[in-house]
Design a protein around this ligand. Sequence first.
Ligand SMILES: NC(=O)c1ccc[n+]([C@@H]2O[C@H](COP(=O)([O-])OP(=O)(O)OC[C@H]3O[C@@H](n4cnc5c(N)ncnc54)[C@H](OP(=O)(O)O)[C@@H]3O)[C@@H](O)[C@H]2O)c1
Length: 292
Amino acid sequence: MDKNSKIIVTGVKGQLGYECVRELKERGYSNVLGIDIDDLDITNEKAVHEFFKREKPAFLMHNAGWTAVDKAEEFPDKVYAVNSFGPKYLAEACKEVDAGMIFISTDYVFDGKGDTPFEVDSPRSGLSVYGKSKVQGEDYVRAALDKYFIVRISWAFGINGNNYIKTMLKLAETKTELNIVCDQIGSPTYMYDLSKLMCDMMESDKYGVYHATNEGYTSWYEFTKYIYEVAGITSVNVKPITTKEYQKLVPAQANRPLNSRLSKISLDKAGFKRLPTWQDATRRFIKELKGE
Ligand SMILES: NC(=O)c1ccc[n+]([C@@H]2O[C@H](COP(=O)([O-])OP(=O)(O)OC[C@H]3O[C@@H](n4cnc5c(N)ncnc54)[C@H](OP(=O)(O)O)[C@@H]3O)[C@@H](O)[C@H]2O)c1
């Protein structure tokens, strides 16, 4: 990719979009356009096409999305507009200007059952409105474009925006005991690390579907204990609780996957470097939060 090529990054006010712009600039790209809903509402088909005809990007990193999983159950039409039709319009607009695209998807495209890692081509039934909307988004992107990357991630955290680690650190200021789910297994994804891999992908022509979380698997319970250990917090008693027990305490939640393990074999086959371990990523993120 030419360093003067125009690259559009959606969701720049969110966790991942922010990191993508930072990494692209770090690599010397001089024509990076980070946008959010105020610049372009991706659910507006006409506006999307006009925007792309005007800007003529060489590549799109599409990170924007409806990310509130529980709230998604209440507003399915809005969720499909953002997570299914948004990527459709964007992929079609990319096709028109011959741009490549990365679409960020999720572990929720799978049913969350079993205890083995999902492969990139495992069946996708879509867990909850959020998961189903992303399945449809993936399908639209594939149908519209050849030059696409679909990258599925889970348990995202980054400096710009809210996430689980920040929430746990905040809760430690007021709580001395927390019940945390111990039977949902997956992998955290540090947006800083992911943005580097996304740039590597953009700079290649190895289009396709990938899983890209930090290495290793954990439960929310073990993750929480590790966050407090790294942050030096000893005042909170973290207690394991099953998903069933949790749902009794907090009803009306969207279904959560018990198994979010994502196989990274497709990264290996394509010659992309896997992300560092989730423990390493957590340590670096907490340092980043402390401004160290
Ligand atoms: N966070 C996770 O744990 C996780 C896990 C798996 C996959 N993902 C996927 O990873 C991607 C990046 O996640 P993230 O955590 O960086 O998300 P984020 O921080 O929630 O940022 C998403 C951004 O998209 C914007 N947006 C929403 N609707 C839009 C629209 N109609 N047009 C244009 N922009 C719109 C949001 O603006 P507003 O804030 O104004 O709505 C927000 O700035 C998303 O596609 C998400 O589905 C996230």
